[in-house]
Design a protein around this ligand. Structure first.
Ligand SMILES: Nc1ncnc2c1ncn2[C@@H]1O[C@H](COP(=O)(O)OP(=O)(O)OP(=O)(O)O)[C@@H](O)[C@H]1O
Length: 243
């Protein structure tokens, strides 16, 4: 079964066409990367998948259902690129709030909180107010928030945005380990094509509102004789400017 199926998806804002017929499919259990430069349409696609934005046209199924269906509420999580944190809550209080929103005051909520604390790996700092957190710590809390409820599908928009190489690597490792351990499907986006190779088994390359290629990273590189995804992007995107 596909976790996500997108066919010929378009989105028009005013007279600007942000998505011009996007198609890709994500199998359950994959760590899948939607990669492309700034403005390619990644966030727009994710917002549609999360049920936050209506598509203009096209077919979109999330776990076989229309985005935003009530059945998806408990099983799909979405981490926006610009997710904020509650400055005056501690990381622990924030994760507890989210787990109780999902599961009420229950054993499940306690288990989710425990897992969230483990994923965040902030040690004693989990009990400090988030206003003192670094960007990396805030992002860890946000990723923990999206994964701790063990979703069938987690949609993570630029999970490593704004992080240095060390913190980005930590987040990638925790995503990979989480997916392996819990069998969740992870759909993430990135404009950093090199980092995606480290975490995703399969990718779709999107540029200017169109998916140019989809496949397993290893297969795509060998089919096109590219050394890495960045080189492959420039081969298939037909443009020479830097991202
Ligand atoms: N609400 C909106 N109104 C008008 N244009 C929009 C709106 N949202 C997005 N766009 C435009 O649609 C295009 C795709 O934007 P989107 O945010 O999906 O790209 P992205 O691939 O996520 O880029 P980035 O890596 O910079 O986050 C951009 O040109 C953007 O300016």
């Amino acid at each position: 079964m596909y976790a996500v199926q997108v066919e010929n998806l378009t989105k028009v804002f005013g007279n600007f066409q942000a998505l011009r017929g996007v198609s890709f499919a994500v199998e359950e259990g994959e760590v899948f990367g939607l990669i492309g430069p700034n403005g390619a349409g990644k966030t727009t696609t994710f917002r549609i998948l999360a049920g936050l934005l209506p598509p203009t046209s096209g077919k979109v199924l999330v776990l076989g259902k229309a985005p935003g269906s009530p059945e998806l509420k408990r099983v799909v999580t979405y981490l926006p690129e610009d997710a904020g944190t509650y400055r005056n809550l501690t990381g622990y209080e924030f994760l507890r709030m989210v787990s109780e929103l999902y599961f009420g005051r229950s054993r499940e909520a306690e288990e989710a909180l425990e897992l969230g604390v483990k994923i965040a790996s902030l040690g004693e700092k989990i009990h400090e107010k988030m206003k003192g957190y670094s960007k990396g710590m805030k992002r860890r809390i946000q990723v923990a928030r999206a994964l701790m409820v063990k979703p069938r599908l987690a949609i993570l928009d630029e999970p490593t945005v704004g992080l240095d190489v060390v913190h980005a690597k930590e987040i990638r490792t925790l995503i990979k380990e989480f997916a392996r351990e819990h069998g969740s499907t992870i759909l993430l986006s990135s404009h950093n094509m090199l980092e995606v190779e480290d975490v995703c088994g399969e990718v779709a390359i999107i540029d200017r509102g169109v998916v140019l290629l989809q496949g397993k990273v290893r297969d795509l590189l060998s089919e096109h004789g590219a050394r890495n995804l960045e080189e492959l992007f420039f081969m298939v995107a037909g443009r020479g400017e830097a991202m």
